[in-house]
Design a binder for this molecule. Structure first.
Ligand SMILES: *[C@@H]1O[C@H](CO)[C@@H](O)[C@H](O)[C@H]1NC(C)=O
Ligand SMILES: *[C@@H]1O[C@H](CO)[C@@H](O)[C@H](O)[C@H]1NC(C)=O
Ligand SMILES: *[C@@H]1O[C@H](CO)[C@@H](O)[C@H](O)[C@H]1NC(C)=O
Ligand SMILES: *[C@@H]1O[C@H](CO)[C@@H](O)[C@H](O)[C@H]1NC(C)=O
Length: 243
């Protein structure tokens, strides 16, 4: 369950405190859907999004706020990530599934198949779900994105997201990336575009995306028509309609 105390602990754990104070009559409550997924919800009329957490830098932890390398990937669990970005609850009702908690160099074929099967079962085959988010390490993020683009069979958005800075760094990019990823996953304008990588304000086709730099935040890029859109003030703008 989510208490105010656990929210505060989570802020401390990830070194990020929301400047926004939400008008909350109640703490968010949890409902369990027909597949047994537990959702946190503040507004019942928002779309439902499931976050599949696999680990990586977005869940990384370091002993220093200036260390952006040499940290432990996959140290922070999905509920902590969600708690760190309560703005997500103004966009969607979210459920978190911790599929694994590994750096992406340890993503195996078995784990890829598990992701695709669970997304097909829990999101595609469930009419109450709007979309899926996969949090992932960045080393093989583009390969997982390509795999999910090829194996998830529905028009709902599947958004792969990571972070370049660990959650303990100053200006960690994970919280905003996660908010943007959930926003795109919940957005009707993101349907029928296949899987997409959402990081650093960009919406990039999973088919074309490439990690271009091992360390910088603007690393995920695409040539040709793979750059599908961007977010401005957390609103997605697509450059072209889906084809
Ligand atoms: C949902 O919550 C129930 C009760 O806390 C728990 O037994 C169950 O494992 C949770 N489901 C998932 C998918 O985490
Ligand atoms: C709940 O979400 C709906 C749909 O986005 C919105 O119109 C409404 O204002 C929200 N209610 C509150 C109390 O924020
Ligand atoms: C929360 O959502 C409402 C619409 O549902 C919007 O007007 C408001 O600006 C949002 N607040 C934040 C902090 O994002
Ligand atoms: C979200 O899921 C709940 C429980 O499965 C369902 O009652 C609700 O209608 C869903 N919301 C939307 C917008 O589909």
């Amino acid at each position: 369950m989510f208490s105010k105390a656990s929210f505060l602990c989570a802020f401390a754990a990830v070194g990020y405190a929301s400047p926004i104070v939400y008008p909350r009559a109640d703490d968010p409550f949890v409902f369990t859907n027909s597949n047994g997924l537990n959702f946190t919800q503040m507004n019942a009329s928002l779309p439902n999004v499931t976050i599949f957490a696999t680990g990586g830098t977005i869940a990384g932890s370091s002993s220093s706020s200036t260390a952006t390398t040499g940290y432990t990937a996959g140290a922070v669990g999905i509920l902590t990530l969600i708690d760190a970005v309560p703005e997500i609850l103004n966009i969607s009702n979210v459920a978190g599934i911790q599929i694994s908690n590994v750096g992406s160099e340890d993503v195996t074929s078995a784990l890829l198949l598990k992701m695709a099967k669970q997304i097909n079962e829990y999101v595609c085959n469930d009419p109450t779900m709007a979309g899926a988010v996969v949090t992932h390490g960045t080393d093989v993020l583009e390969e997982t994105a390509f795999f999910l683009d090829a194996t998830v069979n529905c028009g709902k958005p599947v958004i792969i997201v990571g972070a370049m800075r660990p959650s303990t760094a100053i200006s960690a990019d994970g919280p905003f990336n996660l908010l943007e990823a959930v926003t795109v996953a919940a957005s009707p304008s993101a349907r029928d575009r296949g899987a997409m990588v959402v990081m650093n304000d960009r919406i990039v086709s999973a088919y074309y995306v490439t990690k271009t730099n091992a360390n910088t935040m603007d690393t995920f890029k695409a040539v040709e028509m793979g750059n599908l859109g961007e977010l401005i003030s957390n609103t997605p703008y697509f450059f072209y309609p889906p084809i």
